[in-house]
Ligand binder design. Structure first.
Ligand SMILES: [Zn+2]
Ligand SMILES: [Zn+2]
Length: 669
C-alpha cells in the first residue's frame, strides 16, 4: 500500500503517499495553516491504534482517552489516520510548547554548565520546569544568564528533531556522558527495542515527545525560581534543583500572568492579616486553628450580623447544636464510615465515646426529629453558624483558606417534593444576594449530576435523582443563570449546585453549595405526615452560602486587598490633628463621630501630619479627617479618602451625614 487516507476534522478524506508528514498535509490545506501549525493530533481510522502499542502508537506517549495521539509535524504518517493540525488556539499545543521550552532550558543549562546531570523536564500549569543535579546552587544571577542563553538559542531557530536509537546504544550514550538519571529512566520507561530522542542543536534528550518544530517561537517565558526536589520525589534520593519557568505563546499573556502573580502577592491574606492585625495562627495552640484579633473579630461580627438578619428575613430558624456528640450518632449518619479520614479522633468521657463534630447535619436532624411534623410545618429551615473540626494534613493547611477548625454558615432544609423548586430558587437567590453584598459580580455555576448508567453507586431512587436534578436545572433556567453540568460528579447521596465566585484578579473560589441528600433522611428515618394522612420521607437539602466564615474572610481580604468597604472597615475614620493646639477640637470631632456610631480613632501621637496620614493609609483606613486651627474655627474637617486623596474641607455635620449614608448603603469602593 503506497497511498494512505487522511481524514480531516471536517470529515473530508485526502489521499497522500505513505510517509507524508502532518506538515505536508497542512501545506496542502493552506500555507497559513502550515505556518501556524505546532503539532498534530492523530488517531487511527482502522480502530487498531487505540488498542495497543502497535502501528501509529509505537514509541509514543500513551494515547489520550479518545484514542488520539499528539504527533510531531515532521513525523511520517504510515497508515490511514484521522488528522487534526493544532495551532496556538488548542490547549494541547500549549502543553507541547511548554515541554519544548523545557528542552530549551536544559539545552541552555548544558551549554553554560556542561557538568550538570539532567533529571526530568515536564510542562506544568502556566509553564514548565527542568531539574538538574549540580553541587553549587543556581543563583538569581545564574538564572539571568540562563534566560539570556535560552533567547540566544531560540533566535537560532534550532529544529527539534526526533531520532530513534536501539536501547543498548541509547543506554551507552548516557553512560558515556554520565547522565545516570537518564539511564535509569530508559531502563524503566523504554519498553520497546527502539528508544526515541529529541535533539535541539547540540542538546539531546531521551523523550517520547512530541515537540513543536523549532525553537523560534519560544519567546515569551521567564525563569521564576529554583526549588529543591528529591529525584523522583522520594526522600533519600539525591536532591536536584528544579528551575521553574512561566511560558506562554505571547508576551501579552506572559505579562498578564506575571501581573496576576504580583497582585496575588500584594493581596496575600496571611501577610495582610498580620499587617492589619486581623488574625493569627498560634504555634502554641496548634496548626490550622484561627485566632480572630479585635479588628478581624469585628469584621466577622458584621458579616455574621448581616447574615443572621437575612436568614431571619428569609424564613430560617436559627439554632445551635453541641460541638461534641456521641460517636454512635456518627455511626447512624454514616460519617464514622465514609467520612472517617476527615474526623478528629474520638474522646472518652465516663466510658462513652464522643466525637468532635465534622458537620452540623446530624445535629439539625435531631432537632427535626423532636416532634412529628406535618406537611403544614414544612419547609423547616434550620440555620446555624456551626463550628466544625476536620482533620487536614498539616502540609496542606494554608492561612484562613485551609484550616482544621472553622465555622460554616450551614443550613438544612426539610421539605416536600412539591416545595423543592421554590426552596432551591430561594437558596440561589440568597447566594446571589451574598455575592452582591460583598461586591462580587462575576461567578460560575456548576451542576454536579449522577452517572445515570450506574445507579448502584448512589443512594436514593432514580425518581429522587430526576426530581432533584430537574429542580436544580429548571431553577437555573428560570433565573437565567448559565451553568455547566458535570455528569458523574455528584456525591453518592445527591446532586448539587456549586457557585464559584471570581475575585478582583480573576481567580475563582468555591463558595456556595446547595446539595440534595437522599441518604441521611433514610438513615435517620425522617418523616412527615402528608396531606393524604400517610407518613412520607421529606427531601433534605444542605446548603452553605459563605462556605466557611474563615475561608470567606480570607477571600474578602484578598478581594479587597485589605481595603475593606466603609461598612466593614474596623476603623472607619482616623482623626489626624495637625498639632496639640487643636487637641480640644479634635476630641470634639472624635466624640461627635462616636456618638453617631462611627468607628473612629484619634491619632494623639506627637507626630507630624504626613506620618499620621501615612500610617492611616498603611492601615487602609477609608477616611482621614485632618483638623487644624482653620477647621477648629470653622467647625469643619478636611476630608481625605484612602484612594481618592484630598476631598477638601467640609462642615463636620455634613461629613457625619455622608459617612452614615455610605455605611448604610454598604457601598463597595
Ligand atoms: Zn522531553
Ligand atoms: Zn449538612
Amino acid at each position: 500500500m503506497d497511498q494512505i487516507h487522511v481524514t480531516l476534522p471536517d470529515g473530508s478524506v485526502k489521499e497522500f503517499p505513505k510517509g507524508t508528514t502532518p506538515v505536508d498535509v497542512a501545506k496542502s490545506i493552506s500555507p497559513r495553516l502550515a505556518e501556524a501549525a505546532l503539532v498534530a493530533k492523530v488517531s487511527a481510522t482502522d480502530g487498531n491504534g487505540a488498542k495497543g502499542k502497535s502501528g501509529i502508537f509505537s514509541n509514543s506517549v500513551d494515547p489520550a482517552e479518545d484514542g488520539s495521539l499528539l504527533y510531531d509535524l515532521r513525523r511520517p504518517l504510515e497508515q490511514d489516520v484521522k488528522l487534526h493540525i493544532l495551532t496556538e488556539k488548542d490547549p494541547d499545543a500549549l502543553y507541547v510548547f511548554r515541554h519544548s521550552a523545557a528542552h530549551l532550558l536544559a539545552a541552555a543549562v548544558m551549554e553554560l554548565y556542561p557538568n550538570v546531570k539532567l533529571g526530568i523536564g515536564p510542562p506544568v500549569e502556566n509553564g514548565f520546569f527542568y531539574e538538574f543535579l549540580r553541587e553549587e546552587p543556581f543563583t538569581p544571577e545564574d538564572l539571568v544568564k540562563i534566560e539570556k542563553k535560552m533567547h540566544e538559542l531560540a533566535a537560532q531557530d534550532l529544529p527539534n528533531e526526533r531520532k530513534l536509537l536501539p536501547k543498548p546504544e541509547a543506554l551507552k550514550l548516557y553512560q558515556d556522558s554520565k547522565q545516570l538519571f537518564k539511564c535509569e529512566l530508559i531502563e524503566e520507561k523504554a519498553d520497546e527495542p527502539m528508544v526515541s530522542f529529541y535533539t535541539t542543536g547540540k542538546f539531546i534528550d531521551f523523550c517520547r515527545g512530541p515537540h513543536i518544530p523549532s525553537t523560534k517561537r519560544i519567546q515569551a517565558f521567564k525563569l521564576m525560581n529554583v526549588a529543591g526536589a528529591y529525584w523522583k520525589g522520594q526522600e533519600g534520593n539525591p536532591q536536584l534543583q528544579r528551575i521553574y519557568a512561566a511560558a506562554f505563546f505571547s508576551q501579552k499573556e506572559l505579562d498578564a500572568h506575571l501581573h496576576r502573580l504580583e497582585e496575588a502577592k500584594r493581596r496575600d491574606h496571611r501577610r495582610l492579616g498580620a499587617e492589619l492585625d486581623l488574625f493569627s495562627i498560634q504555634e502554641q495552640a496548634g496548626p490550622g486553628l484561627i485566632f480572630w484579633h479585635p479588628k478581624g473579630g469585628l469584621i466577622r461580627t458584621l458579616v455574621e450580623n448581616w447574615l443572621r438578619e437575612e436568614l431571619v428575613k428569609r424564613g430560617y430558624d436559627l439554632v445551635f447544636t453541641p460541638h461534641i456528640m456521641l460517636f454512635d450518632l456518627w455511626k447512624t449518619s454514616g460519617h464514622a464510615n465514609f467520612y472517617k479520614e476527615s474526623m478528629f479522633g474520638a474522646v472518652e468521657v465516663e466510658k462513652a465515646h464522643y466525637q468532635l463534630k465534622p458537620m452540623n447535619c446530624p445535629g439539625h436532624i435531631l432537632i427535626y426529629k423532636t416532634k412529628l411534623r406535618s406537611y403544614r410545618d414544612l419547609p423547616v429551615r434550620l440555620a446555624e453558624l456551626g463550628t466544625v473540626y476536620r482533620y487536614e494534613r498539616s502540609g496542606v493547611l494554608h492561612g484562613l483558606l485551609r484550616v482544621r477548625g472553622f465555622t460554616q454558615d450551614d443550613a438544612h432544609i426539610f421539605c416536600t417534593p412539591g416545595q423543592i423548586e421554590l426552596e432551591v430558587e430561594a437558596c440561589v437567590d440568597f447566594a446571589f444576594a451574598v455575592m452582591k453584598n460583598f461586591g462580587f459580580d462575576k461567578y460560575e455555576v456548576e451542576l454536579s449530576d449522577w452517572d445515570e448508567k450506574h445507579p448502584e453507586n448512589y443512594a436514593g431512587k432514580p425518581e429522587d435523582w430526576h426530581r432533584a436534578t430537574n429542580a436544580l436545572r429548571s431553577t437555573m433556567d428560570r433565573m437565567n443563570i448559565p451553568y455547566k453540568r458535570i455528569e458523574g460528579e455528584a456525591a453518592f447521596y445527591g446532586p448539587k449546585i456549586d457557585v464559584k465566585l471570581i475575585d478582583a484578579i480573576g481567580r475563582s473560589w468555591q463558595l456556595t453549595t446547595v446539595q440534595f441528600d437522599f441518604n441521611l433522611p433514610a438513615r435517620f428515618g425522617l418523616e412527615y405526615v402528608g396531606e393524604d394522612g400517610k407518613r412520607h420521607q421529606p427531601l433534605m437539602v444542605h446548603r452553605a452560602l459563605l462556605g466557611s466564615v474563615e475561608r470567606f474572610f480570607g477571600i474578602l481580604i484578598e478581594h479587597y486587598a485589605g481595603a475593606f468597604p466603609l461598612w466593614l472597615a474596623p476603623v472607619q475614620v482616623e482623626i489626624c490633628p495637625v498639632s496639640e493646639k487643636v487637641q480640644d477640637y479634635a476630641k470634639h470631632v472624635h466624640e461627635t463621630l462616636k456618638n453617631h456610631s462611627i468607628r473612629v480613632h484619634l491619632d494623639e501621637r506627637n507626630e507630624k501630619l504626613p506620618a499620621k496620614i501615612r500610617d492611616a493609609q498603611m492601615q487602609k483606613t477609608p477616611y482621614m479627617l485632618v483638623v487644624g486651627p482653620k477647621e477648629a474655627d470653622a467647625g469643619s474637617v478636611s476630608v481625605r479618602h484612602r484612594s481618592k486623596g484630598d476631598l477638601g474641607a467640609r462642615p463636620l455635620a455634613d461629613v457625619v451625614t455622608a459617612l452614615q449614608e455610605e455605611i448604610a448603603s454598604r457601598l463597595i469602593q
